[in-house]
Design a protein around this ligand. Structure first.
Ligand code: ADP
Ligand code: MG
Length: 593
């Protein structure tokens, strides 16, 4: 009997990858511009028609490709940028996955002209919906021009998903702007519907920022700090020009635009009381870290990165903002954090951090205005500090292992693979379980069933300052958050105090988890339109669940599998993601036929 499992044809695999890399026309803009930069272009032109739905074209004067590479670059995993996995830890290019062009070509009609410096003639390649159509010699100047036409024409479902032309145009322009900001030494031109809307001459960052934003004297403050862990430079906006929308916030890590709510929080909290209610500050900040200390490979669009020293980057970033603002507005009264930035090269990094609290110290206020504290919150703090704290239980990610014992509590032989998947035999069937998704489901169902949740008081309660709008959101959700095992209360203006966390989280950094929960809640509620309570439960379950990459011991695995067996949904979660795969006798037999 023939098996039912087959390898996907390349074109199908590319289309699936395109789902991640190419979300909308702006994603194509990003990939093409980044390729032009990697090709060392000094002049890059972008042409967009109908929001990029009909045409996105990027012309560059970079190194170009020879006849072979011009054909090869459309294959999946074709890259000239890395040759071995180790190169990933020392990246000096924007691209490296070798999947952008293959993905783009699989969902559009592509025409490329390219010529490299060593060849006399250029070459022209045409590919439609991932199918190679033609390659021929052509006259061309040095560099590459790639035109992507009729995006998603062969995938109507994706095409229908696109927003209006004006929305897509806005996204393409934003992507262009981010890249133009990161590379001021390159000349960029932007054409919309055939008209040249913008020409950005090469220059330094200040000139680029001025050309793009046209700000007045004094509206931006320059900042430039170098520490052993991270270099931080760029511009931050005078609090007066903070806007009611999140728009002008640009954070880059090693030249890549990143979205990082945690670091955004560091910046906003650095502004402290200088920001008016519901206002978002303007910033364009570049973080530079040793490439081996940052992982850019965690997301296909590379908008998310992971810093090895995330907490220190948070603290330093917050201090730089305070210091920069302090120098311009009010003289800081507390020099401790500022000293932290004065790097003595002979001093070892750990010594330097001995006097910085790596946790988020939101109470530090360089501007000398004491935050008003309500008596009730002080009383509360007093009460907590004077309450004997229960000795911490043996720490486990799982709230109440004993709870499951009265139900089934079967014993399974379980192996953990790649610190992510659990493999076990249940009733003669082979089960593959994704540890994070399983735990997420368990917690989500626990939260929805309103079972009592266990929480752990913190020895040192932490305070956390929120933006005015997040604080308003928090107040609205306070009761529901605490019902999930948190013990959080209001602590003066825009500040909350975290007294306790759900047991499964008590070893974690409460502050960053809460920021993340609020952020995920906003996405669930506002973007995905999930009902409020459920949006919060899902956000909390996601952030409280054990992560992938975490080594689990036998007991933890036992509890996890047992708890999953008691879930209503064991194999697929509410959003359709696979939690567990069960291989029955029949499906195993198919492998060996
Ligand atoms: P990646 O950028 O991750 O390597 P891509 O699919 O974006 O993967 O591109 C594949 C390869 O095609 C690149 O590694 C590069 O060698 C080549 N390439 C793409 N765009 C250009 C360009 N504008 N100029 C020169 N070479 C390019
Ligand atoms: Mg690329």
């Amino acid at each position: 009997m023939a098996g039912t499992i087959q390898l996907l044809p390349d074109r199908t695999a590319n289309q699936i990858a395109a789902g991640e890399v190419v979300q909308r026309p702006a994603s194509v803009v990003k990939e093409l511009l980044e390729n032009a930069i990697d090709a060392k272009a000094t002049i890059i032109k972008l042409y967009v028609k109908n929001g990029g739905c009909t045409l996105i074209q990027v012309d560059d004067n970079g190194i170009g490709m020879n006849v072979f590479d011009a054909r090869m670059c459309w294959e999946r995993h074709a890259t000239s940028k890395i040759t071995k996995a180790d190169d990933l830890y020392n990246l000096n290019t924007l691209g490296f996955r070798g999947e952008a062009l293959a993905s783009i070509a699989s969902v559009s009609e592509v025409e490329m002209k390219t010529k490299c410096v060593h060849e006399d003639t250029g070459t022209r390649v045409i590919i439609n919906a991932g199918k190679f159509i033609n390659q021929e010699n052509t006259a061309a100047t040095q560099g590459t021009s790639i035109a992507v036409k009729n995006l998603f024409y062969n995938i109507p479902a994706r095409k229908n998903f696109l927003k209006s032309i004006s929305v897509e145009t806005k996204h393409t322009f934003e992507e262009f702007q981010r890249i133009a900001l990161a590379y001021p030494a390159i000349t960029f031109e932007y054409y919309n519907q055939g008209k040249n809307l913008l020409k950005l001459e090469s220059g330094d960052l200040k000139k680029r920022v001025n050309d793009l934003f046209n700000l007045k004297e004094g509206e931006l403050i320059e900042t430039n700090e170098d520490t052993d862990i991270v270099g931080i430079n760029g511009f931050i906006g005078n609090p007066k020009i903070a806007k009611r929308t999140r728009g002008n916030q640009y954070l880059f890590a090693n030249g890549r635009f990143i979205k990082d709510p945690y670091l955004n929080h560091a910046i906003v909290s650095g502004y402290g009381n200088l920001l008016e209610e519901k206002k978002y500050p303007f910033y364009i900040l570049f973080l530079n870290v040793d490439p081996s200390k940052i992982d850019v490979n965690i997301h296909p669009t590379k908008h998310e990165v992971k810093f090895e020293d995330g907490r220190h980057v948070y603290t330093l970033l917050q201090s730089v903002i305070k210091k920069t603002l302090g120098a311009h507005f009010v003289i800081p009264t507390d020099t401790q954090m500022l000293n932290a930035l004065d790097v003595n090269p002979n001093q070892n990094v750990n010594d330097r951090f001995a006097f910085i609290n790596p946790d988020v110290n939101q109470n530090f206020n360089p501007f000398g205005h004491k935050k008003p504290k309500t008596p009730t919150s002080w009383e509360k703090l007093d009460e907590i500090l004077n309450t004997p704290i229960n000795p911490p239980k043996q720490q486990s990610f799982f709230a109440q292992p004993e709870k499951t014992t009265d139900i089934v509590n079967q014993h399974f032989e379980i192996f953990q693979i790649q610190d992510t998947y659990l493999v076990t035999k249940i009733e003669g069937e082979l089960n593959l379980i994704h540890q994070h998704r399983a735990h997420r489901q368990i917690l989500y169902e626990r939260y929805t069933s309103n079972q009592p949740v266990s929480s752990q008081q913190l020895l040192f309660p932490r305070t956390l300052e929120l933006s005015k709008s997040d604080f308003a959101l928090y107040l609205e959700m306070e009761k529901d958050i605490n019902a999930l095992g948190f013990d959080i209360s209001e602590f003066g203006q825009s500040t909350i105090i975290i007294n306790g966390l759900p047991s499964e989280l008590s070893k974690e950094d409460g502050a960053s988890v809460i920021i993340q929960i609020i952020d995920d809640f906003k996405t669930n509620f506002q973007d995905l339109k999930i009902a409020k309570k459920d949006a919060l439960r899902q956000a909390a379950a996601k952030n409280a669940a054990i992560k992938t990459g975490k080594t689990l011991n036998q007991t933890e695995m036992q509890v996890l599998v047992n708890d999953l067996l008691h879930c209503k949904q064991k194999t697929i979660d509410q959003s359709g993601k696979t939690i567990a795969v069960i291989l029955t006798k029949q499906s195993l037999e198919r492998f060996f036929h």
